[in-house]
Design a binder for this molecule. Structure first.
Ligand code: UN1
Length: 522
């Protein structure tokens, strides 16, 4: 291993030699297929991880159920205290975990640490929540009766997460699930196993210290078969899935087919709209970050840019200037703004999308090929990495009504641009795609804001004004509509999905009257 990799792994107590167990259900194990963790910046193999066999998976699910039986009786504020300690453990290793995210996923340092910060933030939120997950008392129509709505722990939550946020998305789910009194079983992306092992170690240390079974936060690393078995298991009460629309559709069918609960966070195809009165000095850096941040691999990345005709030329010229200065580099070096794509397959998707744009007659304003060898600006140790040039394109057709290429989520830094006359047209384009995750309007006119956030406005789950499409805080519920799957995670009322609601009518009187005045007396 390179020194940079060894240092990061050692700081988090991850072995740098041999095979690492990738299953935790109170004990570490794993005798299934080996998965390699590959560094996207250099191509070096960081570790070999042992996945779950079908039998180990079964054991893990059983351990989660047993752990749930213990955990559900722990009072919620005490669960909050455990969350507070988890928060401390994660925050203590913020830098090291952030570096691990950069090393293994490929996003740049500040975004890696930012992701760990999201985990810390949602823990803070859930600590508070643990004293505020209130039910309510509803008036009864019957004398001497009370109706209570009681949130009870739900059971076992499986979290199937994606490579692009290998830490934060699990954090959102784990924090709410722990506060709610559930056991959580994590099946992370098999291409970021080390992030999940590091997090699970820190969490399990806290659980053990508090006398709580480790399987309250279990881990199963594995591929498609493991994912399928988790989704099918009737011992899993709820599945929270983040990933592609295609896989999400399968997951939804299977879980709903067995009447389980499902929460989906699927694709995004997010637009920014820039009005003539926008403050361009704010809009430009935000669109820039939205489209090339995480090398275009956030669900919330800006993929479509709609510019008002009066500012379009200026905006594009300045944006291209920013792109031109961008140099790819080692995501672990703090001055780098552009890291690699996560995998070789992602590079292929990028190249196919560019080829499709070209054959459809799109104008390529910049970018469009991968950085390879020789005359690329990459240092020698990065030549095996998955670096591509961020692209800005003007497709021949301007709207999603006309061409399919606008309608797909391509997980790469490709920004498609179109020019509009009226806000109504831009909103129509914004809404004319299957996905509905995030959107952003740049304006200083309050009338535009009113239209944008109201009944005739943007139909996405996240509707921003003078804020880019990506980089949401944890406080509001995160998620999207339409083919994004309608799921909501992290803040807001998201916690209400992680509990089992009991509507309890209690009779304190000396008679047993029926509701609606029904008379059944003999
Ligand atoms: C994702 O891309 O799946 O809003 C999550 C953001 C982050 C989370 C994105 N807070 O960009």
């Amino acid at each position: 291993l390179s020194t940079r990799a060894t240092q990061i792994l050692s700081a988090l107590d991850i072995p740098t030699k041999g095979e690492i167990p990738g299953v935790y259900d109170g004990r570490w194990k794993g005798s299934g297929d080996i998965f390699e963790s590959k560094c996207p910046s250099t191509g070096e193999v960081l570790a070999r991880v042992q996945s779950a066999t079908p039998r180990e998976l079964e054991e893990s699910i059983r351990a989660s159920r047993e752990a749930f039986k213990v955990f559900r009786t722990v009072p919620a504020p005490q669960r909050g205290e455990i969350l507070r300690q988890i928060r401390e453990a994660i925050a203590k290793y913020r830098k090291e975990l952030g570096a691990l995210v950069s090393l293994e996923m490929g996003k740049i340092r500040t975004e890696g640490e930012g992701e760990v910060q999201e985990f810390v933030d949602i823990c803070d939120y859930a600590v508070g929540l643990s004293r505020m997950m209130n039910g309510r008392v509803v008036s009864s129509e019957r004398l001497g009766h009370s109706i209570l709505e009681v949130p009870n722990p739900l059971g076992v939550l499986a979290v199937l997460s994606a490579f692009n946020f290998p830490v934060a998305v699990y954090g959102w789910n784990l924090a709410l699930s722990l506060a709610a009194g559930n056991a959580t079983l994590w099946k992370p992306s098999p291409s970021t196993p080390l992030c999940s092992i590091a997090i699970t170690k820190l969490v399990s240390d806290v659980l053990t210290r508090n006398g709580i079974p480790g399987a309250v936060a279990g881990l199963v690393i594995g591929g498609k078969h493991v994912g399928e078995a988790v989704v099918q298991s009737t011992d899993v009460d709820m599945v929270s899935f983040t990933g592609s629309e295609n896989t999400g559709r399968q997951v939804a069918k299977v879980v709903q087919g067995r009447f389980g609960k499902v929460l989906l966070e699927l694709g995004g195809n997010n637009a920014s709209i820039v009005m003539p009165d926008a403050d361009l000095s704010m809009a430009l850096p935000s669109v820039f970050f939205g489209s090339i941040g995480t090398a275009g691999q956030r669900c919330t990345s800006t993929r479509r840019l709609y510019l008002h005709k009066s500012i379009a030329d200026t905006f594009l010229e300045r944006l291209q200037g920013m792109y031109a200065k961008l140099q790819p580099g080692d995501p672990l070096v703090s001055s780098t703004l552009l890291g690699p794509l996560h995998t070789q397959q992602a590079v292929a998707l990028y190249e196919n999308a560019i080829a499709d744009l070209r054959s459809g007659g799109a104008e390529l304003l910049c970018g469009g090929s991968r950085y390879v060898g020789g005359n690329s600006p990459l240092a020698d140790h990065l030549l095996g990495g998955n670096f591509v040039q961020p692209a800005i394109t003007i497709p021949r057709s301007s709207s999603p009504h006309e061409a399919d290429l606008w309608k797909k989520e391509v997980f790469a830094p490709i920004l498609n641009v179109a020019i509009f006359d009226e806000l109504e047209q831009a909103i129509e384009w914004n809404n004319a795609v299957p996905q509905g995750l995030s959107s952003s309007l740049w304006t200083r006119d309050i009338r535009n804001v009113g239209r944008w956030i109201g009944p005739e406005g943007s139909d996405t789950g996240i509707v921003n004004v003078n804020v880019g499409t990506s980089g949401a805080e944890i406080g509001a519920a995160f998620g999207g509509n339409k083919s994004t799957g309608w799921g909501r995670e992290s803040g807001g009322d998201a916690w209400k999905q992680y509990v089992r609601w009991s509507a309890c009518t209690i009779n304190f009187s000396d008679a047993a009257p029926l509701a609606q005045g029904v008379d059944f007396s003999t």
